[in-house]
Design a protein around this ligand. Structure first.
Ligand code: PLP
Length: 437
């Protein structure tokens, strides 16, 4: 069986209508959102670490495990189902990223995909070659390349960020990237600051010298539409468990790069995609769950993006994410205003309410007199879930001197977050700040 190519659909401009957003209808799609503990509802602001999943994801995965639990390639009914799941999940991921189905590789998570690919990509690196990594990225898009560079005697050059603006120092690209640059790996949205970076600019600088370009879209994928062709990258990674799906990683590999990589595969495995680059038995239930998560975004496009079900999957996904972005911007605006009113908060990220399109709704902060861990414990007492630490933003937390001192408190809003939850969280933070003042 070969996986049919799904040509990236040309996108008609979509105008999201935020007033049409029905948060109760969105929340009803997520079974976990109606759970409570001792009568206290759960407030999930932990999405940058992992999101909740809609019912359709649970049902799709259950269906695989109950009704079609088999390996692929057999003559019998359940195996045919697995063949179909494999093909459809690749087509859905391709529609999500604006790619072709045979440019998609599924894996355990983004980090393991990058370890696997870094081994293939670094094979022909030579001593004296250079790679460019960034200090804003999660270590999943740093560590694998650092190890490969060390093994091959390759020099690592770093793209820094400005600690005041929390944006890359783009002006340094000309000095960093040159004829010896073999790889440029950068971050789309920061898991610590929330900054949305101009990855097309970084990719263009890498492409100009023939380097392989890799974009970490793990934190942007749940919030904004992605288009690998517009970005122009060779590789782009995202993780389904951050975009309302199960624990799985998805990697886009541009056809040109895919065809020149010497695959790390076992001998009997097919040279066709996806087997060529995805070793071992596919995780069919994760694939079906990921497809369902993508279909959830398409549903958002149908329900709130003014895009009928008859439109191509990609058109509906983009419309859904645009509608979600518009809704999240309203939440972000309120959250930023509320944080600014709390004495002793310092935010690590873009604070301007005029620049909501420059960030995703991920907020890292400190509160005077409190450790990040104490803040999160205080919120957890109110059943508000969030994170404290450095979240593997190893370079970023190190550059700001935060790594050794508990990191930051981090809260993430999502398209399923309600305004009431935002208010409850601001109220809890205000009380904590007042208690310590
Ligand atoms: C920006 C970013 N990149 C990479 C990763 C690693 O993803 P995974 O857990 O799928 O390996 C994360 C996880 O939090 C992340 O936030």
């Amino acid at each position: 069986m070969t996986i049919a190519n799904l040509t990236a659909t040309a996108l008609a401009p979509q105008t999201a209508n935020p007033t049409a957003w029905d948060i109760e209808a969105v929340r009803a799609a997520f079974p976990a959102l109606s759970l409570s503990d001792d009568g206290r509802p759960r407030i999930y602001l932990d999405a940058p670490g992992g999101s909740q999943v809609p019912r359709r994801v649970v049902e799709a995965m259950t269906r695989v495990l109950v009704e079609s639990c088999a390996n692929e390639g057999g003559a019998f009914r359940t195996s045919h189902d697995s063949d179909r799941i494999l093909a459809e999940a690749h087509q859905a991921a391709a529609a999500f990223l604006g790619a072709a189905a045979d440019e998609i590789v599924f894996g355990l998570n983004s980090t393991s995909l990058l370890f696997h690919f870094s081994r293939m990509i670094a094979r022909d690196w030579r001593e004296g070659d250079e790679i460019v990594l960034t200090r804003m990225d999660h270590d999943g898009n740093v560590g694998p390349w650092l190890i490969a560079a060390e093994e091959r005697g390759v020099t690592v050059r770093w793209l820094d960020f400005d600690p005041e603006s929390f944006e890359y120092r783009y002006e340094a690209l000309d000095q960093l990237i040159g004829p010896r640059t073999r790889l440029v790996a950068c971050n789309h949205a920061s898991n610590m600051f929330g900054t949305i970076n101009d990855v097309a600019r970084i990719v263009a600088a890498g492409k100009a010298v023939g380097a392989i370009t890799m974009v970490d879209a793990v934190q942007s994928a749940p919030h904004i539409p992605l288009d690998v062709k517009a970005i122009g990258c060779d590789l782009l990674a995202c993780s389904a468990y951050k975009f309302f799906g199960p624990h799985a990683g998805v990697l886009y590999v541009r056809d040109e790069l895919r065809d020149r990589l010497v695959p790390l595969k076992v001998r009997p495995a097919s040279m066709d995609m996806p087997w060529r680059l995805a070793p071992g038995t596919p995780a069919f239930e994760q694939l079906a769950g990921t497809q369902a998560a993508i279909e959830h975004m398409a549903w958002l496009g149908e329900a709130f993006g003014g895009t009928p079900a008859s439109q191509p999957l990609r058109t509906r996904i983009v419309a859904g994410l645009e509608a979600a972005t518009a809704y999240e911007a309203r939440l972000m605006d309120r959250f930023l205003a509320g944080l600014a009113d709390i004495d002793g908060i310092s935010l690590f990220g873009i604070a301007s309410r005029n620049r909501l399109d420059a960030r995703v709704p991920t907020f890292s902060f400190r509160l005077k007199g409190q450790t990040p861990q104490a803040i999160m414990a205080h919120l957890a007492e109110r059943n508000i879930y969030g994170w404290a630490g450095d979240f593997y933003a190893h370079e970023a937390s190190g550059a700001l001197g935060l790594r050794e001192s508990g990191g930051v408190a981090r809260l993430g809003l999502s398209h399923y977050t309600s305004l009431a939850e935002v208010e409850a969280t601001l109220d809890a933070l205000t009380r904590l700040a007042a208690a310590k003042a």
